[in-house]
Design a protein around this ligand. Structure first.
Ligand SMILES: [Fe+2]
Length: 356
């Protein structure tokens, strides 16, 4: 029994009331120097892990960042989707303080400690009916104010296994045909926590709040970068509201395939003890790869901060390709380092290369 109605679910009463909508403090990325000079000058290396998503910062300790560097880090995360750092000495208390700097700490409906979620390993029949939560998701996107930034620090990791995969929803939107982009803009999807709620209770957890269902735009605007992204979440979305039932079912299946086949828009992060991933839930979906390793060897601490209520601003935002074309027309280099126009590769001796 996992995400099903059971006597345990029916007999359970959550203690807390629903969360009301609120306006979070201004995103720290708005305060950053767009060049991110303080952050980059403090690092020994700044490496793009893939063209579309993921940057690794080397030679920096999050525990010692200045406020200017913290703001620039938020902007880098907003631009690159996820930023990685290894061998961090930050303590749990310092991690709490860092999250406080970025906003109001969010509380996952099933987290036990009031200030963080303990992330562990998962195994079992990950392809079975009763294994809930192995798919991509943005953390608790069913809230009215879903998280903006998430900071996950891994304390212990197995020698292999338990990687986390991140995919750029900004790039997923950009890779849709213009027809599909236009069709999806303005639609809303229902994000609901009912399955997660039932699954938690059936595994002995005690959720704080009753399940919720919230309509969010299927295409959203990032408040800082003003880029359009998909706001798709296969774990929590149950329907697309403006479509008929079968239309909705098939479009959701298409979106699932669009996401799951997007290797080019994805980064797979192999954890080591003390490594940190800092990502923007508004533009990234992620999944921890379960199974195949000793789950007692995986433990991390995750902290989120509340984001704004997702919105779509048709006039005030653009796709990645539109951004790239506009900046090229203005003779300006983009700040997000994203390469949009691909060319076929050639070997250095002029032969046509094979990609494998
Ligand atoms: Fe997650």
């Amino acid at each position: 029994m996992a995400a099903q109605l059971t006597p345990a679910v029916l007999g359970y009463t959550p203690p807390d009331p629903p969360i009301e909508e609120f306006t979070p403090p201004r995103d720290r990325a708005f305060f950053a120097d767009p060049k991110k000079s303080a952050l980059f000058e403090g690092a020994t290396a700044v490496e793009e892990v893939t063209p579309y998503i993921g940057t690794e910062l080397k030679g920096l300790q999050l525990s010692k960042l200045s406020d200017a560097q913290k703001d620039e880090l938020a902007l880098l995360v907003a631009e690159r989707g996820v930023v990685f750092l290894r061998n961090q000495d930050i303590t749990l208390e310092q991690q709490h303080a860092l999250a406080d700097y970025y906003g109001v700490q969010d509380k996952d409906p099933i987290q036990e400690n009031p200030k963080h979620v303990t992330v562990v390993g998962r195994e079992g029949n990950i392809r079975g009916h009763d294994f809930f939560g192995a798919d991509y998701h943005g953390d608790h996107s069913h809230e009215i104010n879903p998280p903006s930034y998430t900071l996950l620090r891994m304390i212990r990791t197995p020698p292999s296994g338990g990687d986390t995969i991140y995919t750029s929803q900004t790039a997923l939107f950009d890779k849709l045909s213009p027809r599909f982009q236009k069709m999806f803009e303005g639609l809303h999807a229902t994000h609901q926590s009912e399955l997660s709620y039932m699954n938690a209770i059936n595994h002995g957890a005690r959720p704080h709040r009753a399940p919720v269902a919230t309509a969010h735009p299927l295409v959203r605007t990032h408040p800082v970068t003003k880029l359009k992204s998909l706001n798709y979440n296969p774990t929590f979305i149950s329907r697309i509201n403006e479509l008929n039932a079968e239309e909705s079912n098939h479009i959701l299946l298409f979106l699932r395939e669009h996401l799951h086949s997007a290797d080019d828009l994805t980064v797979r992060w192999r954890w080591t003890p003390g490594a940190i991933a800092f990502w923007d839930n508004r533009i990234v979906v992620h999944r921890a790869v379960p199974g195949g390793y000793d789950t007692t060897l995986r433990e991390g601490k995750r902290i989120c901060v509340f984001g704004e209520r997702p919105f779509f601003d048709a006039e005030g935002s653009e796709s990645l390709s539109e951004r790239k074309a506009r900046l090229a027309g203005e003779g300006t280099n983009g700040t997000n380092g994203v390469k949009v126009n691909g060319t076929n590769g050639s070997a250095t001796n002029g032969e046509k290369g094979h990609m494998s």
